[in-house]
Design a protein around this ligand. Structure first.
Ligand SMILES: Nc1ncnc2c1ncn2[C@@H]1O[C@H](COP(=O)(O)OP(=O)(O)O)[C@@H](O)[C@H]1O
Ligand SMILES: [Mg+2]
Length: 369
């Protein structure tokens, strides 16, 4: 596993049940996987030599994020290693410009956009717009909303795309997996509630509150994407459901995803177990929803930076159907993903009440040290 964050940690926890050894590479000696994985190597995930040397020790290589040395992964693939998702898929997804062109080429619905010419000063599309860095953005970093000419003057000057501002009712996500023998299976759509200040998912719930036709269409689009990419592994597809009822693909991520954490308790197979099955060419697991549920991200409290401490754990553990996942990060900072809580319930109303309890009574702050 290239990367040793919380996604790798939950993946390693699942892999243990099938006696698969997971070794992680991460730049941070205190990364969430450091004391959980079978093996842990400290090294840069973006450095060609460190990824290459690390990867040579194993038979299958996977990633926890897109921002890794894809050149090293291509070399490992040439040396006969199984590298999933494939480096060519990572290259395409890593660049939001290439990603958008891929949708366009294959008739996959997506918001209107243009590649921004950094030498050009005139506004190429009507306001309001969303500017996104082609490379390097994540969790809302690398995104600017442009509503005025002042904001336009203050735009990113690096390679980026401009996208029309979408008037959406909901944000949905479908997680889908494919193994090397071409078997495909997806989880039901989840609905995401965003924290607009932090630009990341505050909580999500499933099943999504959408019409069956929309569910089917989202599933069909997700399948078309993973098959067209010829990808092996797990893929998250983020959608906008517009106010006039259209589905638009926002972006995709070729790995386990924040919007799929609920699968650990809500589904027969979790997204992490499914990823393992996919990259090991094992039969894909049943994705059926066992119970409606929600997932709340526990983000570092605003105004707190330093050694992490959780407050209110007992309050959460008292809630029936609550499952707490702390990621083992030593330090917190505002909006850093420090953990999540899954909440099961009989219906959305009950689940939302539990979500509010967690939001009110559980937080991650910094100690004074
Ligand atoms: N074109 C758009 N119109 C309206 N909101 C958008 C648009 N693009 C992104 N957003 C909002 O910003 C969030 C983050 O954007 P996204 O492209 O998913 O980047 P990230 O890589 O940070 O997840 C989206 O989930 C959505 O809430
Ligand atoms: Mg996103």
């Amino acid at each position: 596993m290239i990367g040793g964050g919380q996604l790798g940690r939950m993946f390693a926890q699942e892999a243990m049940n099938l006696e698969v050894e997971v070794h992680c590479l991460d730049g941070d000696a205190l990364a969430p996987c450091a004391n959980v994985a079978h093996g842990f190597t400290q090294g840069s995930i973006q450095d060609y030599e460190s990824v290459l040397q690390f990867g040579r020790n194993f038979d299958t290589i996977t990633v926890e994020m897109e921002h890794v040395s894809i050149e090293a992964l291509s070399q490992l693939e040439r040396e006969g290693k199984k590298v999933y998702p494939q480096p060519k898929v990572l290259s395409l997804i890593k660049d939001k410009g290439l990603q958008k062109q891929f949708y366009q080429r294959h008739g996959i619905p997506t918001a209107n956009f243009c590649l921004l010419d950094t030498t050009e000063n005139t506004l190429p599309m009507d306001l309001p717009l969303v500017q996104k860095l082609c490379v390097g953005g994540y969790d809302g970093k690398g995104i600017k909303v442009i509503r005025s000419m002042e904001a336009w003057e203050d735009r990113f000057k690096e390679a980026s795309i401009l996208e029309e501002m979408v008037a959406f009712n909901k944000e949905l996500s479908v997680i889908i997996a494919r193994n090397a023998r071409g078997e495909v299976r997806s989880f039901g759509a989840v609905e995401c509630e965003f924290n607009t200040e932090a630009n990341l998912v505050e909580f999500q719930f499933s099943p999504a509150d959408i019409l069956p036709e929309i569910e089917q269409e989202a599933q069909a689009i997700a399948r078309k994407i993973i098959e067209t990419l010829d990808m092996v592994g797990i893929l998250a597809v983020e959608f906008f459901l517009t106010k006039d009822g259209r589905l638009l693909v926002n972006e995709i991520a070729p790995r386990p995803h924040n919007s799929g954490h609920h699968t650990l308790e809500c589904c027969i197979t979790s997204q992490f177990a499914q990823h393992l099955r996919a990259i090991s060419n094992l039969p894909l697991g049943d994705t059926m929803l066992r119970s409606p549920g929600a997932m709340v991200n526990i983000l570092g409290e605003k105004g707190h930076e330093g050694v992490a401490k959780f407050e209110g754990l007992e309050n959460v553990l008292k809630i029936p159907g609550a499952y707490v996942h702390l990621y083992g990060k030593q330090t917190t900072k505002p909006f850093r993903k420090m953990g999540h809580v899954t909440l099961l319930g009989k219906d959305l109303e009950e689940i939302k009440t539990k979500v509010n309890l967690v939001k009110r009574h559980f937080r991650c702050i910094a100690t004074q040290e």
